[in-house]
Design a protein around this ligand. Structure first.
Ligand code: SF4
Length: 213
């Protein structure tokens, strides 16, 4: 079996190179919510000129999409950051056309790889058109998201966008996830209980109903 790579080590090496260069490259960072942004922000803010891309049409229902975006904005305001957020239009119906054939997949399987690829590809396109030097995502902080899948997808997409460097990372490493919980508590952030799409939402509702039976 193929050994898992430690993508957080790759990130640390990249950050060392950037620090030694004395430059602050432009990074487009995909963020899906406030809680997942906390630790990546702590790690990346001194090395990069960051712009956030919020392209998350996977999230259902629409109020949830907006709630997560607002939580992200609230966190930026709390920490005094003027990082700009590029907000993509919300279109859950169109987004789901690609997910529907894998509607019955459990979280972490092929449906999620399709979902990662869709959002990462849109971000790469934006980064390439707008002269970003790096592109990455905060999603690897989640215990439920496979950093191997996310980084392999980012690596494969990078071939189509040669001017943009994929920023390898696995933010949950080195107790990143546990540290994020402390920040979430400190800032009294809303922390969602399901991943995002309507399939994960329905699975969560079902689980809650069973627990209450
Ligand atoms: S569970 Fe999460 S990653 Fe998987 S398809 Fe749904 S929103 Fe996307």
């Amino acid at each position: 079996m193929e050994n898992n790579k430690n993508y957080q080590k790759l990130l640390q090496k990249e950050l060392e190179i950037i620090k030694n260069s004395g430059k602050k490259p432009k990074l487009l960072l995909h963020a899906c919510c406030g809680p997942c942004f906390t630790i990546p922000y702590e790690i990346l803010k001194d090395c990069f000129d960051i712009t956030i891309i919020y392209n998350n049409s996977n999230i259902y229902p629409p109020e949830e999409h907006d709630r997560r975006l607002n939580e992200l904005k609230k966190y930026l305001a709390d920490v005094g950051s003027d990082i700009k957020i590029i907000e993509f239009p919300y279109d859950n119906d169109t987004y789901n056309l690609d997910l529907e054939p894998r509607a019955t997949d459990k979280e972490g399987h092929e449906r999620c790889r399709i979902c990662f690829r869709k959002r990462l590809k849109a971000g790469f396109e934006y980064a390439s058109k707008n002269n970003f030097e790096y592109y990455g995502t905060v999603m690897t902080i989640s215990r439920y998201k496979n950093a191997q899948d996310i980084n392999k997808i980012g690596e494969s997409l990078q071939k189509d966008y040669p001017t943009v460097k994929w920023l390898y990372a696995d933010f949950k490493k080195n107790d990143g996830y546990e540290h994020s919980l402390i920040i979430i508590k400190e800032h009294e952030m809303y922390f969602q209980e399901y991943c995002g799409c309507k399939y994960s939402y329905e699975a969560w509702l079902k689980k809650k109903a069973q627990e209450n039976d």
